[in-house]
Design a binder for this molecule. Sequence first.
Ligand SMILES: CSC[C@@H](O)[C@@H](O)C(=O)COP(=O)(O)O
Length: 342
Amino acid sequence: MRPVYFEDEALKLIDQTLLPTREVIRSYTDYRDVCDAIVTMVVRGAPAIGVTAGYAVALAAREFAGRPDFAERMQQACDDLRGTRPTAVNLFWAVDRQEACLKAALTAGQDAYVALRAEADAICAEDIAMCRAMGRAGAALLHLGDTVLTHCNAGALATADYGTALGVIRAACEAGKQISVYADETRPLLQGARLTAYELHKDGIPVTLITDNMAGWMMRQGKIDAVIVGADRITRNGDVANKIGTYSVSVLARENGIPFYVAAPTSTIDFEMMTGDDIVIEEREPNEVGHFAGVQTAPEGIRFENSAFDVTPHQNVSAIITEKGVLYPPYIQHIPKLKNEG
Ligand SMILES: CSC[C@@H](O)[C@@H](O)C(=O)COP(=O)(O)O
């Protein structure tokens, strides 16, 4: 199990030393550094962002303890965290949860830091448990020898451990189903190439890296049996925000009669939002498109657009795999019921 630590002086996230393309961040003592890590995507992937933000609120409480302006400072820290990335709802879910925890601790006269730290540990442990449960539920959808297409990284590196989409693949492999994977490279930051391919290869799960624009041709040749992606926000009607390019993959899957599955914990469901039309899509630094590994790849003076996510309409989603089980259309009948289910 890949640990997420929170020790005396530091928030230790993941062992990134094996990831040459990512900066090695082993410890944080300041919640502002955690904000930077989320903005710059040292920490990325919806569930991992949520878990990390939970620890960051605890860091803020430790820093501001005993100050007369404690309440204002904590409010600012929570607002700073919420301002880091707009699309992944897990971030807001975790910060809201920590705010409720803080309020309860103060009302009960408990130490805020101790309470927030315990709640962050609980969020982290729940994320791991949810990924395992999703894996078990989703593995039943895959068959012996299936080849699965993934998009972006929805693996252990995007969660506290195990992964959402990759959790399903891992669970199916653990059940002896001999799954192999085509991983989209996922331009512009190549999470599929750097992270998904890295994780699966390390686990001994056969993985083949393809460029984003090969997906349709792979499907057309009968090389893909199922698509599984993660999600950054799912609305009440089953619309799904995920890494840019996911929508195109869903259209291609539909055209080719291939099931398109989404694996996400219920912390990724926005129970307040009716449809994907209302999801705020993050627009990132345009230069990410015009550069590759620090090298400029486009002529001077060119304009870029760099939407980080898109929305796949629920009509293209064959099933949504959650820790509470597999949902099928019509999602609007099933998703709202999950809100208060234990
Ligand atoms: C379990 S991760 C699900 C999603 O967060 C993942 O597919 C994704 O789109 C990540 O985007 P990123 O921009 O790398 O944070």
